[in-house]
Every structure is written in structure tokens, then in C-alpha cells.
Ligand binder design. Structure first.
Ligand code: R5P
Length: 294
């Protein structure tokens, strides 16, 4: 039937419409291959350029953290409201339904427990397995200034090399040891090192003068939530981070340890994707929480 199609009339090439040559929406990511960009565009919303990742990988060194004792009961109801899930492969395969539409950011480093020297991590997930699990990124902890600094940086660069072969972005996670000060100087150093050494995205902590950290990091930054804070404070931290150049959050305890986790996750989304200020977001959180309890 190919001949019949050729003879059936004029073809339309839309000669007056130049083909669009679109640039990629994420800072510092324009020169990646299509597969890498496509994975990043699953994690980051191309309209807002931002993401709300839900982190519940804490068990990889902390065991059953408060709020994560039963991930099937407490976390699965939150997943429809998250842009991406950050977790371990053990939890993915044992608890997360394979029919989920959430992109997965896979924890790919580990080893020591809270009882030992935390910086002594190794790569804990092969790139082949990350591909098999259809992950959208792998995450690796980097301990700048830690006892095993070089080893942890080596974990990251090996994952970056393996990721480049298959189009898998690496999320470099800056871990801050107890003896280190979380300030703009330290966080600026750690995030910049992760980016320079090939992380496509860097996860870090919000600190005063965060805009200098964001300006000095050539790839997207997302912030961790850290220890549970009152919701108003956690929303302020998220809002300040977004205003000062963060491309999203990768938040765990401030969501799953909240009295109203779905309401909190939805309020964080308002801050990240719609630019709501923290007071408006807190009102929204309280409305949702009270409506549920009322
Ligand atoms: C901890 O090491 C994990 O990487 C968490 O994913 C990360 O700390 C984010 O969770 P949270 O918001 O609870 O700090």
C-alpha cells in the first residue's frame, strides 16, 4: 500500500514553521544525552522546573526510623502526592507496587550503621540493577571532611561513570558529620565538589546565605528536610530554599513524622511548585489537617 499513499496527494512539510530547537529546562543539564534528560524530566516537573521528592531511605543505616516502621501502611498513601520516591532497593522490591507511576531515586551507597563510622560507605547497588528496576536516578552519600571522604567521593565518581554508560543521573547527597559545621562555606564546598565530579543533581541542607551555595553550584540543588520541625518552620525552610535558588526538596521526616503527612506533603508542593509563601502554605496545611480531623 506504500505506492497508493505516495500518489494520494500533496505532502505537507509546513515549510513556514521552523523546527523548534528546545533547550533543556534544568540548570547545567543541557549537554546530557536524551535518556539522561528524560529521566531528569520524570523527577523534575518540566512546567515548574522543580521537584518534591519523598525520602524514606533512612532505614539503610538507621533501621526502622520513627514513621517508617511500616512503609506499606504509612508511606504508600503518600506516594500519589510525591514527584519522586527516594528509597532503597529492598523496600522497592518488598513494598512498592510495580504499577506505581512515581519515578524512583535509588539509594546506591551504604554499609555502616548508626553504630559505626558512617562515612565508611561503599556502592550498594549495581547500575545494572538500577536499570532493571527502571530507576530515574541513583543517590550516593558523599562525606566531605569525613574520615572516609575520598572513598565516598570515589563511590560517587564510579556511579557517575556507570550512569553515563546507561543514561542514569546521579544524585550526590552531601552528608554532614557531627563534628562539621553546616554553614555556607562547608555546604558551598561540598555541593560544588559533587557537581564538579559529575553529579547531575546535588542534595544538601539549607543554610543561611543559601543563595551563594545555589549560585556556586552549576547543577540543580534539592534540600533535605532534616530533623522534624514544627510544620510552619519546615515550610519556611522550604520556601526560603526555593526563593534562594533550590530546585526542590527531598524531604522525609518533616513529612512522614507530621501529624498530617498528606496535608504536609500537599503544602510543601504549594511552596515548591506554586511559590506560595510559608504562611499561606501553613494555613493551607491547617485547613487540610482540620478538614480531615473535623
Ligand atoms: C538520610 O541520610 C537520607 O538520605 C534521607 O533521604 C535524607 O536525609 C532526607 O530525609 P530527611 O528530610 O528526613 O532529612
Amino acid at each position: 500500500m506504500a505506492e497508493a499513499e505516495i500518489q494520494s496527494g500533496e505532502k505537507e512539510y509546513f515549510l513556514d514553521i521552523p523546527q523548534k530547537n528546545e533547550t533543556f529546562f534544568l540548570k547545567g543539564c543541557a549537554n546530557y544525552d536524551w535518556g539522561m534528560k528524560n529521566r531528569l524530566a520524570r523527577i523534575f516537573n518540566p512546567r515548574s522546573g522543580k521537584t518534591v521528592m519523598l525520602a524514606f531511605d533512612h532505614g539503610y543505616f538507621q533501621g526502622p526510623t520513627t514513621g517508617l516502621e511500616r512503609i506499606d501502611v504509612t508511606i504508600l498513601p503518600l506516594t500519589p502526592f510525591a514527584d519522586a520516591l527516594m528509597l532503597t532497593r529492598g523496600i522497592l522490591r518488598s513494598v512498592i507496587p510495580a504499577a506505581t507511576s512515581n519515578p524512583v531515586v535509588m539509594r546506591a551507597s551504604g554499609g555502616p550503621s548508626i553504630l559505626k563510622e558512617l562515612s565508611n560507605e561503599h556502592i550498594a547497588c549495581d547500575m545494572d540493577d538500577a536499570v532493571r528496576m527502571n530507576c530515574s536516578a541513583v543517590a550516593v552519600q558523599v562525606f566531605i571532611g569525613g574520615e572516609y571522604e575520598t572513598q565516598s567521593v570515589g563511590n560517587m565518581t564510579r556511579l557517575v561513570d556507570a550512569g553515563m554508560r546507561v543514561g542514569m543521573p546521579v544524585l550526590g547527597v552531601t552528608a554532614v558529620g557531627k563534628e562539621l559545621v553546616r554553614d555556607v562555606k562547608y555546604i558551598g564546598l561540598a555541593t560544588r565538589m559533587c557537581a564538579e565530579l559529575g553529579a547531575a543533581v546535588v542534595k544538601t541542607y539549607f543554610v543561611p546565605d543559601f543563595e551563594k551555595v545555589a549560585a556556586g553550584c552549576p547543577v540543580p540543588l534539592v534540600i533535605a528536610g532534616g530533623k522534624k520541625l514544627p510544620e510552619l518552620e519546615a515550610l519556611k525552610m522550604a520556601a526560603d530554599a526555593i526563593q534562594q535558588g533550590a530546585s526542590g526538596v527531598d524531604m522525609g521526616r518533616n513529612i512522614f513524622q507530621s501529624d498530617a503527612p498528606v496535608a504536609m506533603l500537599k503544602a510543601v508542593r504549594k511552596v515548591v511548585h506554586e511559590g506560595l509563601n510559608y504562611k499561606q502554605a501553613n494555613e493551607y496545611f491547617l485547613e487540610l489537617k482540620n478538614a480531615k480531623n473535623g
